[in-house]
Design a binder for this molecule. Structure first.
Ligand code: ADP
Length: 285
């Protein structure tokens, strides 16, 4: 750890290292040197660019100047199976009754920020440990259908999580997805993996986004995901809608956006997520 800190110019002594629990994937540490505090993640079983994608995603969000993200000090790219790390700003947990409301406002501002005219992303990202191949598309429906739902279908067939009946229903749904998903919704930069564990309340109750899997797309896709596992107060939704009202058809297509994340969970964690996937498939077939 001391060597890694030296590389980023902190030659002072380490005073404290404490393991942080809560992440699904990485080892995480609070590190304090005589000079400053850090949040450091390490991993040796992830693709080479895993932390690079996270650091670049944080940078893309930061550039919009709409919502806080931790500063990234350094990230490593793996050249073999070695351990790599991501070093960033330590966000001291804070408490506030208004952080949910602020999060709603600032997320809406992120989604309203200028984001070009194309959907998808130029580089590979990760959702959990699953590699998300990307490309830029002029049509959101096609990006969402091909790079998101069909990609998970193929992963599921390979991993054995999508047996023949589920496969048929999913393929039928993909064939008629154009009835539900818009082709040209407004283009927003999305965090892309916004479950309740991926926002923090920092000092003075200021919200921070962490662990993004950025994508340019329909803001309804982001909000739909926040509703899968909860962790967002009512004030968050009220405030978001005040600044960026969701379209009338939101409730109707919400399950189709949640389907992507449920397929990811099915592929990562297995059949526990099967019934939720099947309920959506039968509703739209
Ligand atoms: P993983 O990538 O393995 O899911 P996380 O990034 O979610 O790990 O982090 C693990 C824990 O550390 C979570 O409880 C999270 O709240 C906390 N955490 C994440 N980033 C920071 C940070 N910059 N400062 C302080 N705590 C953080």
């Amino acid at each position: 750890m001391q060597d890694k800190l030296k590389q980023i110019g902190d030659t002072s002594n380490i005073i404290k290292i404490q393991s942080i629990s809560g992440g699904d994937i990485n080892n995480a540490y609070y590190v304090r040197t005589e000079a400053r505090e850090y949040f450091i993640k390490t991993n040796k079983q992830v693709p080479a660019t895993f932390f690079q994608a996270e650091a670049e995603g944080l940078e893309q969000i930061r550039k919009t100047k709409t919502i806080r993200v931790p500063d990234v000090y350094h990230y490593e790219i793996a050249s073999s199976n070695e351990e790599i790390c991501l070093m960033m700003e330590w966000i001291e947990p804070g408490k506030s009754k208004t952080s949910g409301q602020l999060l709603g406002e600032q997320l809406a501002r992120l989604h309203l920020a200028e984001a070009g005219s194309q959907y998808g992303m130029h580089g590979t990202t990760f959702v959990g440990e699953i590699t998300q191949e990307n490309a830029l598309y002029d049509n959101w429906l096609i990006y969402y259908r091909e790079k998101r739902l069909r990609a998970q279908l193929e992963i599921g067939i390979n991993r054995g999580t999508i047996p023949i009946n589920r496969r048929k229903l999913l393929e039928q749904l993909l064939d008629k997805l154009d009835r539900f998903i818009p082709e040209h919704p407004g283009v927003s930069l999305l965090h892309g993996d916004l479950w309740g564990g991926n926002w923090l309340t920092g000092p003075q109750g200021k919200p921070y986004l962490i662990d993004p899997s950025v994508v340019y797309g329909d803001n309804a896709f982001e909000i739909a995901f926040t509703e899968v596992f909860g962790g967002f107060p009512d004030t968050f939704y009220e405030s978001y809608q005040y600044y960026y009202p969701l379209p009338d058809y939101y409730e109707e297509i919400k399950p189709l956006y949640q389907l992507f994340y449920l397929l990811v969970h099915l592929n990562l964690f297995g059949e526990g997520y099967g019934p939720s996937v099947d309920r959506i498939l039968s509703r739209y077939n």
